[in-house]
Ligand binder design. Structure first.
Ligand code: 0RA
Length: 656
């Protein structure tokens, strides 16, 4: 334990030296924050909250807390309250300061007082709450412990007062309030949905704990703050049901196991729906392992081996003429795999891939046992699953044939590019952009307005195919979709048993969806996002997908001397205030109904010119939430879609 050795050494030094050492630790965090929390964008900003909440989750998993309340205060500071034992406040003998202060000022000090406890949470980067302290211009800790309320405040990681008793209390717990340092972060406004989806995940992943989120920036007419309560009694079983809300289930049951094998707690839930996509989400110590790893390998193996064996033993494959491949078992599967590993090794580009080999076998055995039992007890549902696997194998063969027909005709030379593509001159993918434009007329304007050196235009006719509802071979028969694959230089499944997109010949690193700013445009943008999410997800994961934001208005003074574009009503009002002496009658307001109403110069100026345009980058903060949303919005079930739209009606009156 390197930290322990360091602490021992510190004891020999004098108090001042200790202090300097500690400050240097947090200075390092302030100097290179991305090294500690991933990045300094919105993601890092939200990560601060997860870091604090994870400590409370640990306290709950140790059996001492069951309630965690998160509040977004009106100044975008965050309050996290738990009902655990409270961070210890007694003197830390090695450090000569209260344990609380050590926790808040020494990197990785969080769990050091509680050796016996099984610390499995602790944030993606596991840096602890001291990191949050270092990156906050203000932090306040309030500890309810031993009948007293203890308080200490910090600024930029340094205490601004001694630990003080400020009152009495009849309960225990920890409250941390912090305000992120605006000089560190490029984004300082918290997004409710982002926090809500993480807290919802945590509730599903840790059955029995209640988490709440309150937004004090957002009050309704009744004077209530926006608030959600997240709690799950059935854990991952409910998680799977939640993800699949918009999908039609194939079998009634959700197969659920929750066990400890070789000291590794394993929880898995899965079921099948009638869709053709695979929705597997995996977690290690509550961290979403986006890149997968050994736990996922174990799950897949347990699932395929057991199902195949059952199908063979029960002679359910006799009519099948082709070999089953691994992916046939994953069609229409929704699964969540969660393991808690004492010493996880994280690998991969984003350090979200579990490397511990011993975990694969543990999960495989647990899944095999549970699935075997389920199949034997539920022969009817077992037959339905196997039939679906067989269907998937046949569909795979048909899709492969369709793809091959397309991709054979599409050599890498320019000759294979779609006729409608106006390509750019550059061949440097990192510098190149492609605009996917709604309609031929807007496409024409874009072609004239663009910078042809690095901007390509692909006009799309009307609504593209909804891939959420279509079988793969239909997808590869759709002209618009094939054109996109060809233009992008992406192929899918050139290996017969794989659906992985091949990105190595990707021709553009900015793929920009440009649609009208109306309901139809939003629908087309959603169809395109669904397509990328389901078929070429790495484009989103790599940050290559963008949405253009054409202006909604052009404001002109009556004499036409001054003109400005506006994207919202605030900007219109600012124009009125600045150029019309606050008198709306002196302004001519042109409402753009579509891209086609702009001439090429206007389209360039407002929407395409990198100097002026505002691109929205499509990011993926929570893949299971995105999966659920796409299947609700684009899938078969009408009820959940209506509910969802009523709850999230952003485009409700944009056309009014
Ligand atoms: C170490 C020891 C003990 C509690 C905690 C840490 C603790 C940390 C956090 C962070 C947020 N909430 C927390 N709650 C508790 C307790 C040791 C003892 O009481 O014996």
């Amino acid at each position: 334990m390197a930290e322990d050795i360091e602490l021992q050494e510190n004891r020999a030094k004098d108090y001042v030296a200790d202090n300097i050492q500690v400050l240097e630790g947090l200075e390092a965090v302030r100097k290179r924050p991305a090294m500690y929390i991933g990045d300094i964008s919105a993601r890092g900003l939200h990560h601060l909250v997860y870091e604090v909440v994870d400590n409370s989750i640990d306290e709950a998993l140790a059996g001492f807390a069951n309630h965690i309340d998160v509040t977004i205060n009106s100044d975008n500071s965050i309050k996290v309250v738990d009902n655990g034992r409270g961070i210890p406040v007694d003197m830390h003998e090695k450090m000569h300061k209260p344990a609380l202060e050590v926790v808040l000022t020494v990197l990785h000090a969080g769990g050091k007082f509680d050796k016996g406890s099984y610390k499995v949470s602790g944030g993606l980067h596991g840096v602890g709450v001291s990191c949050v302290n270092a990156l906050s211009d203000y932090l306040r800790a309030e500890i309810h412990r031993d009948g007293k309320i203890h308080m200490q405040e910090y600024s930029f990681g340094k205490p601004t007062c001694d630990l003080t008793v400020i009152g009495e209390t009849d309960h225990t717990g920890t409250t941390i309030i912090f305000h992120p340092d605006a000089s560190i972060f490029t984004e300082t406004v918290y997004d409710y949905e982002t926090l809500a989806s993480r807290l919802r995940d945590l509730a599903f992943l840790n059955a029995g704990i209640t988490l709440t989120l309150t937004d004090e920036r957002d009050m309704n007419d009744k004077g209530e703050y926006r608030k959600d309560v997240f709690h799950s009694d059935e854990g991952l079983k409910q998680f799977v049901r939640y993800i699949d809300q918009g999908k039609e289930s194939l079998i009634n049951d959700i197969i659920h196991l929750n066990t400890v094998k070789n000291d590794v707690p394993v929880e898995v839930a899965f079921t099948y729906n009638t869709s053709f996509s695979e929705s597997i989400f995996s977690y290690v110590n509550n961290i979403n392992t986006i890149e997968g790893g050994t736990h996922l390998t174990g799950f897949r193996r347990g699932l395929t081996v057991t199902l195949k064996k059952y199908a063979e033993e029960n002679k359910l494959l006799d009519k099948l003429k082709i070999e089953l491949s691994k992916e046939d078992f994953l069609n229409g599967l929704t699964a969540v795999v969660s393991v808690k590993v004492a010493e996880p090794q994280f690998e991969g580009q984003t350090k979200t891939k579990l490397g511990n080999n011993e975990v694969a076998g543990v999960v495989q055995v647990a899944v095999s046992e549970a699935l075997r039992n389920f199949l034997e007890e539920n022969p009817k549902q077992a037959k339905i699953i196997v039939d679906k696997v067989v269907l998937a194998a046949q569909a795979r063969q048909a899709a492969y044939n369709a793809r091959m027909k397309v991709q054979r005709k599409s050599p890498l030379s320019g000759a294979g590019l779609p006729g409608k593509l106006a390509d750019c001159k550059s061949r440097d993918a990192a510098a190149c952009e492609i605009f996917l434009v709604e309609g031929d007329s807007a496409g024409g304007s874009a072609k004239q307005g663009r910078n042809p050196n690095y901007q390509a235009i692909l006009p799309l006719r009307g609504k593209i195919l909804n891939v959420e509802k279509a079988l793969d071979h239909k997808v590869f028969e759709s002209e618009e979709i094939v054109n996109m694959f060809k233009a992008l230089g992406v192929t899918v499944g050139t290996e017969e048993d794989s659906n992985e997109p091949n990105m190595s010949k990707l021709r553009y690193h900015k793929i920009i969806i440009m649609t009208d700013a109306d309901v139809d445009g939003a629908h087309i943008a959603t169809l395109l996002m669904t397509f990328f999410f389901r078929k070429i997800r790495p484009i989103i994961e790599n940050g290559y997908l963008y949405i253009a934001t054409p202006p909604l208005y052009k404001c002109s003074t009556k004499n036409k001397k001054t003109q400005e574009y506006a994207w919202d009503d605030h900007q219109v009002q600012r124009f009125v205030d600045t150029y019309c002496d606050g008198n709306r009658d002196r302004m001519v307001l042109q409402r753009y109904k579509g891209l086609g109403e702009m001439n090429p110069e206007q389209l360039w100026e407002t929407t395409m010119d990198p100097e002026n345009r505002m691109l929205k980058q499509v990011t993926l903060t929570n893949a299971s939430e995105a999966d659920r949303t796409f299947s609700i919005l684009m899938g078969e079930e009408v009820g959940p879609r209506r509910e969802f739209i009523e709850a999230h009606a952003t485009y409700a009156n944009i056309d009014a």
